[in-house]
Design a protein around this ligand. Sequence first.
Ligand SMILES: Cc1cc2nc3c(=O)[nH]c(=O)nc-3n(C[C@H](O)[C@H](O)[C@H](O)COP(=O)(O)O)c2cc1C
Length: 374
Amino acid sequence: MFFDNAIHSFEDARRIAKRRLPWMVFDYIDGTAGTGCGARTNRAALDGIKLQPRVLNNVEERSIAGQVFGSTTKVPFGIAPMGMCNLSSPSADRLLARMAAKDTIPVGVSTVASTSLEEMWELSQGSAWFQLYISRTTETADRLIARAKAAGYDTLVLTVDVPEVGRRPRELRRGFKMPFRIGPRQFVDFACHPAWSLPQLVKGKPQMGNFGGAFGEFDREESRAGADWVTLARVRDQWFGKLVLKGVMDARDAKRAQECGVDAVQVSSHGSRQLDSAPPAIQALKTIRDELGPEFPLFYDSGIQSGEDIVKAYAMGADFVFAGRPFSYGIAANGATGLRQMRDVLAQEISITLAQLGLRKLKQITREVIASPL
Ligand SMILES: Cc1cc2nc3c(=O)[nH]c(=O)nc-3n(C[C@H](O)[C@H](O)[C@H](O)COP(=O)(O)O)c2cc1C
């Protein structure tokens, strides 16, 4: 059968990735917490936001450049931190870092990235943001912060919505483990997906880039439930660069984070991988923007699948928007070409959406572009 590998939409990237990836890897990336209700309600909320078309504004000259912490980005979206990106392809981290350098956008480097934070800083030519998880003992976090500082990072993203890793049935069913282990079940799965397995075989199994050797091993099951506002204050004292608090869904928490001196809040439901019954993240964004006022830097991620979704997030109050899965799927579908196509799909959709709304640049997006009652 003839398969067209070109990506014209998020759904294309997801469909091709699903075909190429082992079931275990696809379920790790695609999976959500619980029943998947959180992802469905966020999708429904994004779909429920309608944008008001406007006509006869001259929109010939348009720009989709964005702004984040005073820097101009070529596209108004960044790459959310994702653990073990190289599961989608052995070159995933390198491709993401290169895209970040080229588009001058942030690429999140997870605590559990498959490439070390030092190497990602180099590869991204200084576009990387380091994402930190804090475990029971703060010692590992202290050492990671020190490493990020030494490498030259200027932005730290503290993720606080994983007091315990959400139960993700699709991962559990496939026997997914971090660090990555290969048993008989995985062996069959990999044998059925040679397009993925052969390059992985050549490169060796994906590693936890920030762990191992003298630094010690990573324990995914270790509880992070002990982190509290004192922990945040401690990180704030240690980190002189920009500090982003990621995974905030409640206006009271956002307010308190602002008072604690964070430089930005990232509204996120962790791509619906944590609390299945959480309200739609896109709705939380609006509530939090209303609470914090127009000036405080607010970022958004979760469930972005198109340029129109990105425009909606800006309309709901985001100053910058991140996506995760679209880029993993693009890479899994067709490596560097797939990533570029996915990036271009989002960029072109944003530009075309601006035209339909009678706008020329991102700064002109306000709540007024929303047609549906809020
Ligand atoms: C495979 C995968 C791994 C992730 N790992 C992390 C992580 O290590 N740290 C983190 O803060 N968020 C992590 N996230 C959440 C993302 O940063 C982001 O919140 C989410 O992917 C956004 O939703 P989207 O994938 O629908 O764009 C991960 C998400 C995925 C899909």
